[in-house]
Ligand binder design. Structure first.
Ligand code: AMP
Length: 418
């Protein structure tokens, strides 16, 4: 199938061509016709499937076809990173159109707040907002959202996890009832379905391979004590100049700091990205990573979802993620659209069971690679918890989804108004 078969307006097709998009992905092919037909859609799609374009393209198309005053579309997202990424994709797609947009997210100073306020008052056609920040604007009384035709809830499962459900309901209650609502979520547990029932009207359900990593990711794992993880990481990365972009996800900020320091001491160009950093600094590091100037990023799972960076060669799960969804999201950073990538997970004795559950969830047995000979002494004892010569009781604690609410709600700069 080709994009022009959707009947998109010429300036949108031009944008797609300029971005090098040739044919729709599965989720785009399945959801765009229903969205164009005006139906509410509830789609189960992970990051990396092309879900962003699946909702942006029909919205932009509508705005080109039937321009209307005021804010036309509201896209609610869990994090500022995701808001920025959606805004960037939108900028590409809408380049040849008059459509204007603004990303709205917290944690920034008065100047940005003013910019956002202006965009809302002047009616930027599309707002991409985190719930807390949008609510602040709404409370100040100038946000007229009565002109909204489209509401998108992106990464709905993540938003519920982060405790945004009450904020979202408050926002939704202020929107016109006559609107089209699209909900995208990486998983579709009952909780999301219940939530969706309150917001969507007779939605079409689109499913695509639930909770399974893309097939072009080579997955493998090492069983290793915590005390051997730094050496194993160095062993995997040292002298591998062909690896242009590597992301390592660790379970805590402390581990991120320690590992980054140790890689730097070994002469590698590694940088840490965690919620410890100021937003500007984080963005700068991500930008440098994107542009290839920093080859190795060590991050907490703040970055595991939504991060849209092409050409990641290797993802290392320094700790087993909290659950299967996190695993799928972390390794989903590699093998975007049609590139392939490698995902390696380090499993200590304590995390064996959890990793098995992940394997069950994704219905895949992940190959175990024996440790290299010089690191063989770090192999965890069979059946043991902790074990080996590690101090793993301490180091092995997994933070899982444990991103602090405060950090996830802080925001920063960005946004654009044509
Ligand atoms: P998403 O799942 O929306 O985060 O998109 C993942 C990546 O795939 C982004 O870099 C998109 O720009 C890219 N992408 C989305 N749709 C297509 C497509 N139809 N053709 C090529 N690349 C795409």
């Amino acid at each position: 199938m080709k994009f022009d078969e959707f009947g998109f307006e010429p300036p949108l097709l031009e944008g797609l061509e300029a971005m090098g998009f040739e044919k729709p992905t599965e989720v785009q092919e399945k959801s765009i016709p229903d969205i164009l037909a005006g139906r509410d859609v509830m789609a189960c799609a992970q990051t990396g499937t092309g879900k962003t374009a699946a909702f942006l393209l029909p919205i932009i198309n509508d705005l080109v076809k039937t321009p209307a005053e005021g804010v036309n579309a509201l896209i609610i997202v869990p994090t500022r990173e995701l808001a920025l990424q959606i805004d960037q994709q939108l900028e590409g797609f809408s380049y040849f159109t008059p459509v204007s947009a603004m990303a709205i997210y917290g944690g920034r100073g008065g100047r940005e707040m003013e910019q956002e306020k202006r965009a809302i008052k002047e009616g930027a056609e599309i707002l991409i907002a985190t719930p807390g920040r949008l609510k602040s604007h709404m409370e100040m009384g100038y946000a007229n959202l009565k002109t909204i035709k489209f509401l998108v809830l992106d990464e709905a499962d993540r938003m519920l996890d982060m405790g945004f459900a009450p904020d979202i309901m408050q926002i939704v209650n202020k929107l016109p009832r006559e609107r089209q609502t699209l909900l995208f979520s990486a998983t579709m547990p009952d909780q999301i379905r219940k939530f969706a029932r309150q917001i969507l009207r007779e939605p079409v359900e689109i499913n695509q391979a639930i909770s399974k990593p893309a097939e072009n990711i080579m997955q493998a794992a090492y069983e290793v004590d915590d005390s051997g993880k730094v050496q194993l990481t160095r062993h995997l990365l040292e002298g591998k100049e062909n690896l242009e972009r590597v992301i390592i996800f660790a379970g805590s900020k402390q581990k991120v700091r320690e590992l980054t320091r140790s890689l730097q001491q070994a002469g590698m160009k590694a940088k840490a990205v965690s919620s410890d950093l100021e937003q500007d600094e984080r963005e700068e590091r991500i930008r440098l990573f994107r542009s290839g100037n920093i080859p190795i990023i060590v991050a907490t799972d703040v970055l595991s979802r939504g991060l849209d960076i092409k050409g990641i060669d290797l993802v290392i799960n320094y700790d087993v993620p909290g659950d299967g969804e996190d695993y799928v999201h972390r390794i989903g950073r590699t093998a975007r659209a049609d590139a392939s990538g490698i995902a390696l997970t380090f499993i200590n004795a304590k995390d064996r069971r959890r990793f098995q559950r992940i394997e069950e969830l994704i219905e895949t047995q992940i190959r175990r690679i024996p440790l290299p000979e010089e690191l063989a002494s770090f192999t965890p004892r069979k059946g043991g918890r902790g074990g080996g010569r590690s101090s793993s009781g301490r180091g092995g604690r997994q933070k899982g989804r444990g991103r602090s609410k405060g950090s996830s709600r802080r925001g920063s700069k960005g946004g654009r108004k044509k």
